[in-house]
Design a protein around this ligand. Structure first.
Ligand SMILES: [Zn+2]
Length: 397
């Protein structure tokens, strides 16, 4: 066993405590042993260790937990984005553009794109992420997407119910049967979660409930794309299905907020989508003030939110959604962990996985205070330095 001491940390965000909420220690140190956090406390009381890292009066945070991402896809849609921003019509846009490109892509091309995005996330401090299928929409293409996703994360999500593919446009019930039957049987062995896009133009309340019930019967846990583009039944469907999280939550009635609070279901907000579609942001303040558990995630996908940056989402949460810097960082770490029902990540307390970020800044607030600036100096996952370097602010031996 070898222990590593990280010392002279200006602010160590631990998220420790019985109550939900941000917690930090100033002038702190942390010990990593066997891939987990072994000790945290003031630098002056740090125990001896086999090696040490000098944080150089910079901040250390838990690695980000991105609980909502669509990373298995072919092609890109920058022209569609540019046209949307310019207010120009764009005929060939939408999810089905990506479905076509994904079906046409080789395994090697999909894998290379997926790994590039996963590396991009890691270098920006995301040490845990969820990854959905949903751009194949045939039995072999959905199964392939989940097998590829399972190569890089344990939090894989079956999203055969993303949209109805064109070949089933005249037979939506037939597609729901496929999603609940042969497609589920092929995908369930490679998935932890089942998800459905419950929205006008995608799947209605009864269809969504049937898909989630079939997924749960196959051993998967539920999560839902809900109330993104308008008011709708998504949050209530998610609550009835015992979902871990309702994601988007841009249009909520008082009854929806009550359902989120009373079930303890996480409300996962995805401000990258509103940024990239010039839509109004979800009301994070209303959810937080009602006592909801809120997560922030990227929704990384080539159409409506092509960012992998959790720091960007933190900045949007603070600037555009009236979250405090503490709330935004909590939602991007523990909040994401709750949305994935994970208790081993999102915090830096003894026994937690040693996933941590060294910031090129003295406090967590800089993530929103200096938006767009690469502040992630180094990243450790399960105690291993996996990106960046602790130098030059400090030293290592
Ligand atoms: Zn999504």
């Amino acid at each position: 066993m070898s222990a590593t001491l990280i010392t002279r940390i200006s602010e160590l965000v631990t998220n420790e405590g019985d109550l939900e909420g941000f917690a930090a220690i100033t002038n702190a140190a942390l010990v990593i042993e066997d891939g987990v956090v072994a000790w945290t406390g003031p630098s002056s009381r740090a125990p001896a260790a086999d090696s040490f890292v000098d944080a150089g009066r910079r901040a250390v945070l838990p690695g980000f937990v991105d609980s909502h991402a669509h990373l298995v896809f072919g092609g890109e849609r920058s022209a569609e984005f540019a046209a949307r921003m310019a207010g120009r019509p764009y005929a060939a846009g939408g999810i089905l553009t990506t479905v076509k490109a994904t079906r046409a892509a080789s395994d090697a091309a999909l894998r290379a794109n997926l790994r590039r995005l996963a590396d991009e996330m890691l270098s920006q401090g995301t040490t845990t992420f969820e990854c959905k299928s949903g751009y194949g929409l045939t039995v072999p293409d959905e199964e392939r997407g989940l097998m590829l996703a399972a190569e890089i994360t344990g939090d894989t999500t079956y999203l055969g119910a993303h949209v109805v593919p064109p070949e089933f446009a005249a037979d939506v019930a037939g597609y729901v049967d496929l999603v609940c039957g042969p497609m589920l049987r092929a995908c369930a062995p490679h998935a932890r979660w089942v998800d459905v896009f419950c929205e006008d133009g995608a799947f209605g309340a009864d269809e969504a409930a049937a898909i989630l019930a079939a997924g749960r019967a196959a051993g998967l846990s539920a999560r839902v794309h809900a109330n993104q583009l308008g008011p709708g039944p998504g949050v209530q469907v998610a609550a009835r299905a015992g979902a871990a999280s309702a994601d988007h939550c841009t249009y909520l009635t008082p009854a929806d907020v009550d359902a989120i609070v009373s079930t303890g279901m996480v409300a996962t907000l995805l401000p990258g989508a509103e940024f990239s579609t010039r839509h109004h942001y979800p009301d994070a303040r209303r959810l937080l003030d009602a006592g909801a558990t809120v997560a922030l995630a990227t929704d990384c996908n080539p159409g409506s939110s092509f960012t992998s940056s959790m720091a960007f989402c933190v900045a949007l949460g603070v600037r555009e959604m009236r979250m405090s810097t503490e709330e935004a960082v909590w939602s991007a770490t523990v909040g994401g962990a709750r949305a994935l029902r994970r208790s081993d990540v999102g915090k830096l307390t003894p026994g937690a996985r040693a996933d941590l970020i060294l910031l090129e800044a003295p406090s967590h607030a800089y993530l929103a205070y200096r938006p767009g600036v690469p502040l992630i100096a180094a990243v450790w996952r399960a105690g291993e330095l996996v990106s960046g370097a602790p130098l030059p602010g400090g030293g290592a031996n």
